[in-house]
Design a protein around this ligand. Sequence first.
Ligand SMILES: *Cc1c(COP(=O)(O)O)cnc(C)c1O
Length: 366
Amino acid sequence: MTGPVPKDGILDIAPYVGGDATAEDGSKAIKLSANESPLGPSPHAVAAFTRAAEDLHRYPDGGADRLREALGRAAGLAPERIVCGNGSDEIIGLLIRAYAGPGDEVLYSRHGFLMYKLGAMAAGAIPVTAPEENYTASVDALLAAVGERTRMVFLANPNNPTGTYLPAAEVARLHAGLPDDVLLVIDSAYAEYVGRNDYSAGIELVDGARNVVMTRTFSKIHGLAALRLGWAYCPAEVAAIYHRVRPPFNVNAAAQAAGIAAIEDLAHVDAASRHNEVWLPWLGDQLGALGLDVVPSVGNFVAVEFDESGARTADAALAFLQRRAILPRNIAAYGLPNHVRITVGLEDENRAVVDAVAEFLAADND
Ligand SMILES: *Cc1c(COP(=O)(O)O)cnc(C)c1O
């Protein structure tokens, strides 16, 4: 008996597993597993979403024109060079499909965001990783891994799940070392959270080259993960390629309306950023004071290391927290089986997770 058979390599893909969302008993949990904004979306975005319900029988604007104009105004960018997607995941996947195929290599760093690997495999391309240093992408290692078959290089900056980042000068050095025909995609999903003088989301690199794209998302600081909305700033040629491969109505009307309202609510973004400035260092300090190694993060989450064996492993910590309805993220799929990723939550959630981790470490688990 034979049935339809997928293309080579498709059966090798391990499907993406999202962060836990419900407690074991189904009750409401403290969800710190998906780097969502604890402040939620802007009330203006919610109002725009609700208004969009009046026109559910209409197709969305396939070009997302008003949204691209709003993004262009806010960031000082030409709207023609902005493209939108059903989450930045869609943009990442479609760019890989357009630029890489069987035999081609897609390069990223060892603990880089999982979508690069999944996107490469779905396109039949070969995912290739370069070693990191101190859980941080290494420009030298990435450049050393570039070969004849390399078509794309992905850099999440800052990276998820580590939270580490490369300064703008290092990203520029990475770009300078790449052949002109290799596309560098800078995934700046957490850019709004980064308060470092030497950081850049990558706009100036896109402006100065034909082979750099910057991707952004509404899922993180804007608190609109459920709507699936992302965008990219691209060279004109890359934008034109993207429009050839994307579905014609890939961004729904409610997402477009809410996205415009979200961009314009600067006070809400500012509040989310200030909340993170207080609670990211607090979370890192408290977990560090418990004797845990915390990877230095500039995102809205921290990766914390547990023991490799014995009673205090990451798996044991996850199970312990799960029993208390606190849900951080297992990041074994990122090559970090001994780490747990914890998203910055509301004050009481942050206090609850630190207290629970302290209890876990103090418990006689042996
Ligand atoms: C969360 C995240 C995204 C966002 O994906 P969406 O599809 O826009 O929700 C992209 N890149 C990284 C590194 C992320 O962590």
